[in-house]
Design a protein. Structure first.
Length: 204
């Protein structure tokens, strides 16, 4: 009986992880669609690429953030032994804001140098605020409701909780900064992504 229950639980966790991986992959692929050939309007290729720096800036920031989020998600699911309905919805809400990231990235790429730069940055930073908030709650819910394996991966989950809190704090700062400077807000979000990339303990 025990082995059949374990197989059923493993199948369910495998399904949600596979679905999540697909959403992460789809979102990260969509990001590149906003990079276009810049030499189509008569400009030289070099000048067009230089003029398109906001798109590259937003692309790199979003790509790194989604990639790091996916790595953390994968590490967390290494220790998830079972799931329940609320956990599935929390994971779904996380994926909601992951899929919104290509759209918010396009807003930044198109408007970061315009008079609407602050509005675009506010929307962009808000997406990451919600991502970080839900991420922290997803891990916290799983820990409190005994969804992890017996070994628990306590250090991994604890580090991810710390990383989520750090991210949420700086994304909230970036949101406030966005009301004054769109470029500075996006730059701060990129700094957070670099921090996660060079400090693996923040994501487990």
């Amino acid at each position: 009986m025990g082995s059949s229950v374990e197989r059923a639980e493993g199948k369910e966790t495998g399904r949600i992880e596979a679905f999540s991986d697909g959403v992460f992959a789809f979102a990260i692929t969509l990001l590149v669609l906003y990079l276009k050939d810049p030499a189509t309007d008569g400009r030289s290729l070099v000048q067009g690429l230089i003029d398109q720096w906001p798109a590259f800036f937003a692309f790199v920031t979003s790509f790194m953030t989604i990639l790091i989020m996916w790595v953390g998600h994968h590490q967390m699911f290494t220790f998830v032994r079972r799931i329940d309905r609320k956990f599935m919805f929390l994971n779904g809400f996380l994926l909601l804001f992951v899929t919104l990231t290509p759209f918010t990235t396009s807003l930044v790429a198109d408007h970061i140098l315009s008079s609407d730069s602050q509005t675009a940055a506010v929307i962009y930073a808000s997406d990451f605020v919600f991502l970080s908030f839900i991420w922290g709650n997803l891990a916290r819910y799983a820990r409190r409701n005994n969804l992890f394996t017996a070994d628990g991966g306590d250090s991994v989950i604890r580090n991810q909780g710390r990383g989520a809190l750090i991210g949420l704090t700086f994304y909230l700062i970036a949101l406030v900064v966005a009301f004054f400077s769109g470029i500075a807000s996006v730059a701060l979000i990129l700094v957070v992504a670099v921090f996660y990339a060079v400090d693996p303990t923040s994501q487990g």
